[in-house]
Write a protein that binds this ligand. Structure first.
Ligand code: NAD
Ligand code: UDP
Length: 314
């Protein structure tokens, strides 16, 4: 039995990961400061004797004997990471230093949840891992983008200088159950708006694109990356390459919810990337032919069912 630490474990992705790790027979420590995460996401795991919940902020050191660390702690939605940008960059950078220090000390393998945001507003399309990105270092998204880029640097430097066993994945827009209704990201916003027959808020004209991945596909990719051969560090893109405009997403959500909502257009936020699509050739090659299995409408349907129940219970 392995002991696995998941930082940000009470968040959207972290809660799915904790559940899977327990099912696989691991002993799981879920560490979170509940900034955007919620105890509700992991409440069903609390009775499991192999699950331990720790309130802790990754900007402070944490010590535990563990075999593996998944470092997910960081707000991921623009609304939340821009709320306190200094805290966001501290979380990425100091969180990485603290968790890498722990990995070094106890010789744990450590995986970093990096992001497609390291490519910024990309000038090459689709994005391959060897693209260095186009990030504004002083814009409203930079606390997140540059924090994650610095975390990648720290991971590589701890690997090269101290031989820490690292893995880096770059996650592309992922959605699914356990997203907070107030998360602010596009899929949860549109679904919550559609279920309540409220206006669907498209920022800009809706021609910008994203490639949406269902959370189960991500967790499978993450798990394979953690178990992959010793000298493959990544970074590796984990995302669904099927690309949609934001307008197409809105139309799909309205159709699947039979909503009476109207689409309205609001101003496009500064530095909003115009297009994003992962090239997943490396993930396929290195992660035993990994590729996403759940396509947009199926994933949306599952997420709609989740939010429908949640909103009715409120
Ligand atoms: P989320 O906001 O639901 O989860 C983040 C979790 O980290 C929350 O539980 C939050 O309370 C916790 N957290 C934040 N700051 C912390 C701190 N200082 N100390 C301890 N815990 C802290 O978001 P998510 O979508 O589940 O994202 C999880 C990770 O995956 C993040 O690192 C994010 O950057 C990365 N990621 C997600 C996506 C996506 O599309 N969902 C894409 C790229 C990268
Ligand atoms: N977006 C939108 N309406 C919303 C929320 C987001 O049109 O209510 C747009 C946003 O401007 C961006 C895309 O949807 O172009 C994805 O936004 P999200 O915040 O989900 O993720 P990110 O921009 O980080 O990829």
């Amino acid at each position: 039995m392995k002991r696995v630490l998941v930082t940000g474990g009470a968040g959207f992705i972290g809660s799915h990961l904790c559940e899977r790790l327990l099912k696989e027979g691991n002993d799981v420590i879920c560490l979170d400061n509940y900034f955007t995460g919620s105890k509700k996401n992991i409440a069903h795991l609390l009775d499991n004797p192999y699950f331990e919940l720790v309130r802790h902020d990754v900007t402070a050191p944490y010590f535990a004997e563990v075999d593996e660390i998944y470092n997910l702690a960081c707000p991921a939605s623009p609304v939340h990471y821009q709320y306190n940008p200094i805290k966001t960059i501290k979380t990425s950078v100091m969180g990485a230093i603290n968790m890498l220090g722990l990995a070094k000390r106890v010789k744990a393998r450590i995986l970093q949840a990096s992001t497609s945001e390291v490519y910024g507003d990309p000038e090459i399309h689709p994005q391959t891992e060897d693209y260095w990105g186009n990030v504004n270092p002083i814009g409203i998204r930079s606390c997140y983008d540059e924090g994650k880029r610095c975390a990648e640097t720290l991971f590589m430097d701890y690997h090269n200088q101290n031989n820490v066993d690292i893995k880096i994945i770059r996650i592309f827009n992922t959605y699914g159950p356990n997203m907070n209704p107030d998360d602010g990201r596009v899929v949860s916003n549109f679904i919550v708006q559609a279920l309540q027959n409220e206006d669907i808020t498209i920022f800009g004209d809706g021609s910008q694109t994203r490639s949406f991945q269902y959370v189960d596909d991500l967790v499978e990719g993450m798990s394979r990356m953690m178990q992959t051969r010793h000298n493959f560090t990544g970074p590796v893109n984990i995302g669904n390459p099927n690309e949609f405009t934001i307008l197409e997403l809105a139309q799909n959500v309205i159709e699947l919810t039979n909503s009476k909502s109207k689409i309205i257009n609001l101003p496009l936020p500064q530095d909003d990337p115009t297009q994003r699509q992962p090239d997943i050739s490396l993930a396929k090659k290195e992660l035993d032919n990994w590729e996403p299995k759940i396509q947009l409408r199926e994933g949306l349907q599952k997420t709609i069912t989740y939010f429908d129940t949640l909103l009715k219970d409120q």
